[in-house]
Design a protein around this ligand. Structure first.
Ligand code: HEC
Length: 217
């Protein structure tokens, strides 16, 4: 529209110029008016362009901020998901570690119990064996075999009608008497040498064992 108006004005100007001196002033006025109009139109166009540009810039700004916000939201979502996953993994690892530790502990406790029981069983069995050996006093019993002929299987015979009854005497007394016979320093009924012959080949352990056996008769 404005272009057409502009063209008409230019045409009018040309027309007026062609119409001679009288119309020259009118033409000049028309030209001035046309120039004003062009100026104004240009200025309006510039303003409109400026406004449009500023509008476009605003819109672009808004869009950019929208996109940025969306990207931020998306990034936050991803980060939150990653954090969740990390927490999950951490918890799972912790649970697994705790389970493993508990299993190890249990196993260690079971092993300790088993070892304790085995040790206690072993100790019991050693004790039993030892106490059986002591109560049996097999060595003492065996050593007494050669004494029984004179002192009696129950130790209650006066040997050759001369000795005291040895059954039930204390083991300590018997041991010291036998040691004295072995050393040749004891002679109660004139048969000390005979008894020396009986114990001469016996070790201190044998004497101790046979004394304990006689004491138990
Ligand atoms: C051959 C028979 C005979 C045999 C075997 C014999 N004794 Fe005697 N025993 C005697 C006579 C006899 C006396 C007494 C000795 C004395 O005069 O001190 C005696 C004394 C003892 C006494 C001291 C009793 C007391 O309280 O005064 C003891 C203990 C004894 N004999 C232990 C034994 C032992 C142990 C053996 C086997 C290793 C043994 N005798 C084997 C005959 C024997």
């Amino acid at each position: 529209m404005r272009k057409i108006t502009l063209l008409s004005l230019v045409a009018a100007t040309v027309l007026f110029t062609a119409c001679g001196e009288e119309t020259k002033k009118a033409a000049t006025d028309a030209a001035t008016a046309a120039t004003e109009t062009v100026k104004e139109t240009t200025s309006n166009a510039v303003d409109a362009t400026k406004a449009a540009a500023s509008e476009a810039a605003e819109a672009a700004k808004a869009k950019a901020s929208e996109v940025a916000a969306a990207a931020k939201a998306e990034a936050e979502k991803v980060a939150a998901a990653a954090a969740d996953k990390a927490t999950e993994l951490k918890e799972a690892a912790a649970t697994k570690a705790a389970d493993a530790a508990a299993a190890l502990k249990e196993r260690a406790a079971a092993t300790t119990e088993a070892a304790k029981e085995a040790a206690s069983n072993a100790v019991d069995s050693v004790k039993e064996t030892a106490s059986a050996a002591v109560s049996d006093n097999a060595a003492g019993k065996a050593a007494f075999a050669k004494c029984a002929g004179c002192h009696g299987a129950d130790g209650k015979t006066k040997a050759l009608g001369k000795s005291a009854i040895i059954a039930g005497e204390s083991a300590a007394d018997l041991e010291s008497k036998l040691a004295a016979y072995k050393a040749g320093t004891r002679n109660v009924a004139g048969m000390g040498m005979l008894m020396k012959g009986q114990v001469a080949a016996m070790s201190d352990e044998d004497i101790k064992a046979v004394s304990e056996y006689i004491s138990s008769l």
